[in-house]
Every structure is written in structure tokens, then in C-alpha cells.
Design a protein around this ligand. Structure first.
Ligand code: SF4
Length: 506
């Protein structure tokens, strides 16, 4: 997978693909467009390239509006006033593929499909790993594709399955048997119903909410529970892996657990970094999971046993990604937690930094150490992950230049050594600092090599056991980027086509 230029907002962090949101009102005179706006804006962290909505007034037809840009820009007040309907879905997108065509408007979701037989609009969060195989098979049968996306393949698959199956539940169930990948999906039908489906391994989160007011009853589908909170609704529950939910504007919620799988593969990175801390995924509070990651890191930190080190040590988070884990670490270590890096909040997608020099400048523009805090101190610097390592190296240097006696980097996620094929924009193993050095120096030496490269005085990563314990999910997690064990059926095929071979660990 090609890497896209790094955006100023998150520097060296993996990028989430997308967010989905859906809402129905049982009052057909009520317009839900404001709910779509509020839900999507609370999910902006999952995708900032483009936003789109499809909306329908029961009895009418689907209207779709989508553009590049942030939710607040695309769905301005003036624009929103033009969209009227009691049922709708929305999507925020982050495009991962490097090719320019992937920035084109035609790739923005929701994907509105219409032919002589069927009309629907859908949006999803994830990646279909076997979409090229599905497309090739369909092309042999005479299907013609206008784009090179998994989204179009899904749309055409749904349409072709609808020729023999008229019920949406059956169409989606059948499609689930063909699709191999991660997908949390919302689909709006032409008769004003919403279907939501989570893939059988449950990679990406998806949940349901409800709001009962004197203006009517509303049901919501969202990528994260923070969006349910933002519209003032009650969180009902997570959609289970393999489950199809049907929202009928009159009859409420129906559920069908269509595909029972013996295992799940919930993305561990949702808990480490992607999801908002105020979200709850599969019953686990993201903030609490991050807090425990920090605690577990402190429990295994040999430096904390040194009384001399402790006398002068402070815990400093990399804002904002290291904050929750830092609080957990400081709490467990019984050391002061201090904000020692100031983040410029106004650098938000204002520039693109394709080159290394520009990335360096970006770190300086984005983060400034607070000299009075770090000067003369042994800084324990906490972040959630290291991807390429360039940003961490810059931050270590900034803190040292500000007078710190030592900078000790602590990472709340284990080393990321492999690419992700389930919808997260990680670079290849060779670009990943941990992957490259593990291959080159082996398991015993690679952490020390990374420490040298980033210029830290010490470096400690979370263990896989510590991560699992911190998340505390009863169902199984996907940890493929950490272990090289890919849970998809086409996992091995994918890894051999995209990189030499995954590095396996454990
Ligand atoms: S490989 Fe890593 S980032 Fe990708 S789904 Fe699995 S845990 Fe998440």
C-alpha cells in the first residue's frame, strides 16, 4: 500500500480510514440533517479528507451530497438547510492509497447506486481485502466498473445479489460470505430503511443509540459511541461481529446475527490510538484502556526501581495521543504528571509535508517544549506508538535542547512491525522503524537500535500481554501489525503480494 503524504494534524501516526453515521426518525415531517452534522463532526478524528451524506424523506427519493473537506466546511448551515429528510446516513473519509485518483470526488462516500432494478446508498469503514478477485469474477460475467475501489465492488455485488434475492437482509448475508475484509457499514434503501452490518471478525466498531423525545423517536448507528452521546441519545449497545441491524423508521430496531464466527479480530489500535477516549467499544472504555496501558507500562519499567532517577523524574505526555496512558503511568509510578510540551492547536490540515525536511519543520511548528518544566529533569516521555520514528526523534531532541537531563521514551503499544491490510494506513515493514530494525538486528537488539536512532536515554515498549490485559476484551483482538498473524482468509495471499513476508512474532 502506498503511503500518502503526512498531514500536519497527526505527524507520524497511522491514519484511520473512515467513520459512518446513520439516523432514522419516526416522524416523517422531521428533518434529521442536523443530527447527521452533529454525529459526523464528533467522528471527524476518523477521517478528514471528505464528508458526505445521503438523505431521504419517507416516500421520496435518496439525495446524496458529498465533497472534499471537513464536516464544518462541507455541511455548512446554508447547505444543511437544503437537505430535508427523516432518514439518512453519513460518512467521513480518509483516503489511504497514494495514487492521485484516490483523492478524486468520485471516491467520496456514501456511494449512491442506481440502475433499473435497484437504488440504495451506503458507506463503510474498512477495507475489502479480496475486492480485486471479486471484481475479476464479476467482470468475467459482464459487469463493468467505473472506478478501482472496493466501494464500487461492494455496490455492484449488492446490486447483482439483489437480482435473485429481494430482501436486504439476505443480500447482505450473502455478500458477507463473499467479502473478506473489515467493514462496518450503513446502507440506506430507497424505501427509507437503514441496514447496518459489522463484519464477522468485528474489526471496526459500530454501535446503536436511541433518543425518545416529544418530537419523535430516533435511532442512530455510529462508528463510535461518542457520536451517540453528541446527539443526546442513549447508547443501546455495540453491533456484534457478523450482525445485521435493520432500522425501520416505524418499527424500531431488528437484529439478525447472520454470520456466527468462532473468533473475532477487534482492532487493538482502536483502543491504543484511533478511537476518542470518551468512546466505549465492545463494553470497554477507551480512556480506561489507555489508562491501564500506562499503568502496565510503569509496572514493567526497570528505571522506576532506581531511587536516584525517581527523585528527579517527571512524566510528560506527547499531546494528545500520549495523555491518557501518561496519567495511568504517573499514577502507578507515583511520579508527577506534567504537561511539558505545548501543542499548537491551530495547525490543522493547513499544509502537506511530502519531504523529510518539511516533516521536521512541522514537528517544531506543532510542538514546543516548556523549558521551565523540563529543564534539568529526567523526562519520562509517553506516547501511544512509534511508526517511522522521525517524529519521536524530533521530539526527543526538542526536549533535550530545552535542558532536560535525560529523555526516557515509553510507548503504550508494543512495537509496530507489519503493515495493516484491514483498513489502517501503516507504511510497509521497511518504513516502520521497529519492523526494519527487527529484520536487521533481530529480537534481542532491535529495541536498543531504535533507542539509538531516536536519541533517547532509554526506551521501553508495552508488552503484548500488557496490552491485552489493559484492553481486557473478552473477545479476541487483531494484533497483526504487532505479530504478523493476519486473521483474514486472504491474509497470507495479501502479505505475499504487498511485501516480502510479514515478520512473525510470539
Ligand atoms: S493490523 Fe493492526 S491496525 Fe490493522 S486491524 Fe489489525 S490491529 Fe488494527
Amino acid at each position: 500500500m502506498q503511503q500518502k503524504p503526512i498531514k500536519g494534524s497527526n505527524l507520524d501516526k497511522p491514519k484511520e480510514h473512515c467513520a459512518v453515521f446513520g439516523v432514522t426518525s419516526d416522524d416523517i415531517t422531521f428533518s434529521i440533517s442536523k443530527f447527521l452534522y452533529t454525529g459526523l463532526i464528533s467522528l471527524q478524528h476518523r477521517g478528514q479528507e471528505s464528508t458526505g451524506i445521503s438523505i431521504l424523506k419517507t416516500g421520496g427519493s435518496i439525495f446524496t451530497y458529498k465533497r472534499k473537506g471537513l464536516v464544518s466546511k462541507v455541511l455548512s448551515k446554508e447547505k444543511l438547510s437544503r437537505f430535508w429528510g427523516n432518514v439518512g446516513i453519513g460518512h467521513n473519509r480518509y483516503a489511504t492509497t497514494g495514487s492521485e485518483e484516490f483523492y478524486s470526488s468520485e471516491y467520496i462516500q456514501p456511494y449512491h447506486f442506481q440502475n433499473n432494478e435497484i437504488e440504495f446508498s451506503f458507506a463503510f469503514n474498512g477495507t475489502i481485502a479480496n475486492y480485486i478477485n471479486i471484481r475479476d469474477n464479476m467482470e468475467k460475467k459482464g459487469h463493468i466498473f467505473a472506478t478501482n475501489t472496493d466501494t464500487e465492488v461492494m455496490a455492484q455485488l449488492f446490486a447483482s445479489l439483489s437480482l435473485t434475492n429481494k430482501k436486504w437482509k439476505e443480500i447482505l448475508k450473502e455478500a458477507s460470505n463473499i467479502l473478506d475484509g473489515s467493514y462496518s457499514l450503513v446502507l440506506l434503501t430507497s424505501n427509507g430503511r437503514i441496514y447496518a452490518m459489522r463484519d464477522p471478525l468485528g474489526f471496526k466498531p459500530l454501535c446503536i443509540g436511541e433518543l425518545k423525545t416529544n418530537k419523535g423517536n430516533f435511532y442512530f448507528i455510529a462508528s463510535e459511541s461518542c457520536a451517540i452521546d453528541s446527539v443526546g441519545a442513549q447508547f443501546i449497545r455495540d453491533i456484534r461481529p457478523g450482525e445485521i441491524i435493520h432500522l425501520d423508521y416505524k418499527k424500531g430496531i431488528h437484529s439478525d446475527l447472520v454470520i456466527k464466527s468462532n473468533k473475532t479480530a477487534v482492532c487493538q489500535f482502536e483502543f491504543v490510538y484511533f478511537a476518542r477516549p470518551d468512546s466505549v467499544i465492545d463494553g470497554v472504555s477507551v480512556a480506561q484502556a489507555r489508562f491501564r496501558m500506562g499503568q502496565n507500562l510503569a509496572k514493567i519499567d526497570p528505571k522506576l526501581k532506581d531511587p536516584e532517577f525517581r527523585k528527579n523524574a517527571i512524566v510528560v505526555p506527547v499531546p494528545d495521543s500520549g495523555r491518557s496512558a501518561s496519567v495511568g503511568y504517573a499514577n502507578e509510578a507515583n511520579l508527577p504528571y506534567i504537561e511539558g510540551l505545548m501543542k499548537n492547536r491551530y495547525i490543522w490540515r493547513t499544509f502537506i509535508m511530502p519531504g523529510q525536511q518539511k516533516r521536521k519543520a512541522a514537528v517544531k511548528e506543532k510542538l514546543n517544549p516548556i523549558k521551565s518544566v523540563v529543564n534539568g529533569k529526567d523526562v519520562i516521555l509517553i506516547d501511544d506508538s512509534i511508526v517511522r520514528g522521525n517524529t519521536t526523534k524530533q521530539i526527543v531532541r526538542l526536549i533535550k535542547n530545552a535542558g532536560a537531563s535525560s529523555v526516557n521514551v515509553r510507548i503504550s503499544c508494543p512495537p509496530v512491525i507489519n503493515a495493516c491490510y484491514m483498513g489502517i494506513d501503516f507504511p510497509t515493514t521497511n518504513e516502520l522503524i521497529a519492523g526494519r530494525n527487527l529484520e536487521k538486528y533481530g529480537i534481542k537488539q532491535y529495541i536498543e537500535k531504535i533507542r539509538e536512532i531516536i536519541g533517547a536515554d532509554s526506551l521501553l515498549y508495552q508488552t503484548i500481554e500488557g496490552l491485552e490485559e489493559a484492553i481486557g476484551l473478552k473477545s479476541e483482538l487483531c494484533k497483526a501489525c504487532l505479530t504478523g498473524r493476519y486473521p483474514l482468509k486472504s491474509g497470507d495471499q495479501l502479505t505475499s503480494s504487498k511485501q516480502a513476508s510479514p515478520i512473525k512474532r510470539q
